[in-house]
Design a protein around this ligand. Structure first.
Ligand SMILES: [Mg+2]
Length: 366
């Protein structure tokens, strides 16, 4: 068997905009009314691979302006060389944030393409640490009605989720009493066995986070995500010493430098495959976490995380984020199902097993 792959031939871009179910949705520090998908299809040797990022159409422009040309003709098996070339190409416009979301979408498509060329599932190409990937239910936006929260919790319970997460820190920490009341409500709705998780999206001041965290500890909350900004490393370190619950962050991590800075000040590193350099980045930064004796958790994009999350030994879980859990089956056929609280990766289908649905054209944007 040759170690050379066929040359990359073509890169196609498709963008979609999926409106939120409740308009708008809100967390501690942000409001949104839609989710934008930037999808990349790469072709080589008569096969195609699909990747996408939850980003902005600006990422599509970046891919066509900065990345597409340098991919053409590259060996479809040599993803590390292509990744380094893409990373180098965006140096002068900033190689984090948006640029890394663009690279992530291409990298995911490239791994899918390679697996399909080899006619193996991505779980076979990566190798497995586990057969299934535990998920936790995530949503609980700060502006939900009680009925809407109940219906989300019911959905997660029915899927077998053993942990559930809501947003707190409403309006940059303007109403901590209401935040705590909503956590108590989550406990009532979810029952005594479910692990409670909260995400403040960096909305609290350091003092607020400490005081709220002490009450969360009394409630038995196990996970306090971005109690303060994930840029405040000193603040995260202090909270981690002061509180019993785990401190988690990392959803904006673009590279190994950012992952390495965060690891000492948290218990679980969240990595987002659509922001951290695709599957290549996810595997690399997960290994950094392993070296620091830390767990990793997949941030959002559950269908894209399933295969790679099954590969790493230090996985805690993947976030079954309600916006993405709803839109991914509209975007693609072949989403891995959640059974008994865990994602089942593609089985014996090649690649990640997902293909764009023609019906998704309804949400297409130019
Ligand atoms: Mg978060």
């Amino acid at each position: 068997m040759t170690l050379d792959g066929p040359p990359i031939e073509e890169l196609r871009l498709d963008c979609y905009r999926f409106p939120t179910e409740q308009q708008p949705e809100q967390d501690g520090t942000h409001r949104w009314q839609a989710t934008t998908v930037v999808a990349v299809t790469l072709s080589a040797g008569g096969r195609t691979g699909l990747g996408w990022a939850y980003s902005s159409t600006a990422a599509a422009t970046l891919i066509s302006d900065q990345l597409a040309e340098l991919l053409r003709g590259r060996d479809a098996f040599d993803i590390p060389a292509g990744w380094a070339a893409m990373h180098g190409a965006v140096r002068n416009i900033g190689n984090r944030g948006l640029a890394m979301q663009a690279i992530s979408a291409v990298d995911i498509a490239w791994w899918d393409l390679k697996a399909r060329l080899l006619d193996v599932p991505l779980t076979g190409l990566f190798g497995r640490s586990r057969e299934t990937v535990p998920v936790y239910g995530s949503g609980g936006f700060t502006n939900l009605t009680d009925d809407q929260l109940r219906s989300q919790v019911d959905e997660w319970s029915a899927a077998g989720c053993r942990a559930m997460k809501i947003k707190i820190g409403e309006r940059w920490g303007a109403d901590p009493d209401r935040d705590l009341a909503r956590v108590r409500r989550l406990r009532e709705l979810a029952g005594p066995q479910v692990g409670l998780m909260v995400d403040a999206n960096g909305g609290y001041s350091i003092g607020q986070a400490r005081r709220v965290g002490q009450v969360l500890d009394e409630y038995g909350v196990i996970w306090f995500e971005e109690p303060v900004s994930s840029d405040d490393l000193t603040g995260l370190a202090g909270l981690r010493s002061a509180l019993r619950c785990d401190i988690a962050a990392g959803e904006y991590v673009s590279d190994g430098y950012e992952a390495a800075r965060l690891l000492p000040v948290l218990d679980c590193l969240q990595l987002d495959v659509t922001r951290c350099g695709g599957y290549t980045g996810w595997l690399r930064w997960s290994a950094l976490a392993l070296a620091a004796n830390r767990e990793v958790s997949g941030h959002c994009a559950p269908s894209l995380h399933a295969s790679v999350a099954a590969a790493v030994p230090n996985l805690r879980h993947v976030e079954w984020f309600i916006d993405h859990a709803r839109l991914e089956p509209l975007l693609v056929d072949g989403c891995p199902p959640v059974v008994d609280g865990a994602l089942r990766p593609a089985g014996d289908r090649p690649g990640h097993g997902m293909t764009l649905r023609p019906e998704a054209d309804r949400w297409r944007i130019d």
